[in-house]
Design a protein around this ligand. Structure first.
Ligand SMILES: [Zn+2]
Ligand SMILES: [Zn+2]
Length: 246
């Protein structure tokens, strides 16, 4: 039996979910990626779930409640329409590599592992949710890429959590890439970019995407869902960038 297991492992070696290098049966990351990956841990911004750029002061620690913390500068400054956003990894080279594998290769294995982590870490987000929906891609991007990574993550999360999958969010228009834009520019770039024709009166919805940077795209999705009647919107992503302390 042990020999058979060794043979199967030799045929199908376990791979690091970031770089694809060979790893032990129980490891998700190779030693190099493991040394660089940053797991998101509390204290985080209560609203957007991002790690603070600079550690909070001792006084702030006294206010620590529900294992979460304060509100970051961005969530104080801009009107956020989602109730919470949560991610499992800080956005850096390693988490970017995981996301690129899902984006470029439709790597369901990496997506499934990340979905499991999101679900086990933030189980309360899924408890009373009615639907899970991906951030939609514009059809021209779908044509170019062939699939939407947010869709793969949302589908895996739906399977694990038993929250019903639905893609009722649609892109109204094509938007510029958000990269290299300021928060204001990002908010403007995605303004009214989504539509939802479904009546979501009183429903609780989870929106899935690969990464949250400033939160502009997810915020616009949440605004669209709330306009459609949703009472609660939570966003979940694989990674999120760090936030400034408020
Ligand atoms: Zn690796
Ligand atoms: Zn925040």
């Amino acid at each position: 039996m042990e020999n058979l297991k060794c043979f199967i492992n030799w045929l199908f070696p376990h791979r690091c979910i970031a770089c694809g290098g060979e790893v032990d049966e129980d490891s998700l990351f190779c030693p190099k990626c493991f040394s660089e990956i940053v797991f998101i841990d509390y204290p985080i911004c209560k609203r957007c779930g991002r790690i603070f750029e600079s550690p909070p002061s001792a006084m702030h620690f006294q206010e620590l409640k529900d294992c979460s913390f304060d509100i970051c500068e961005s969530c104080q400054k801009y009107e956020m329409h989602f109730d919470v956003a949560r991610a499992i990894f800080q956005y850096n080279d390693v988490s970017r590599r995981i996301i690129m594998k899902i984006k470029k290769q439709a790597d369901n294995h990496a997506a499934r592992i990340c979905a499991r982590r999101i679900f086990s870490k933030y189980r309360e987000v899924f408890e009373n949710a009615d639907f899970i929906t991906p951030v939609p891609s514009h059809w021209t991007r779908l044509l170019k890429r062939g699939f939407n990574p947010a869709n793969i993550i949302a589908a895996e999360l739906s399977k694990i959590s038993d929250v019903k999958y639905s893609n009722f969010l649609k892109r109204n228009r094509k938007t510029d890439y958000q990269k290299n834009k300021t928060t204001i520019e990002r908010l403007t770039n995605v303004k009214e970019a989504f539509v939802c024709a479904t009546n979501l009166e009183g429903k609780s919805v989870i929106v899935a995407d690969d990464v949250l940077t400033t939160g502009a795209t997810l915020n616009e999705c949440a605004k669209t869902l709330k306009t459609a009647g949703a009472k609660y919107v939570a966003c979940v992503t694989i990674a999120s960038a760090s936030a400034k302390t408020g």
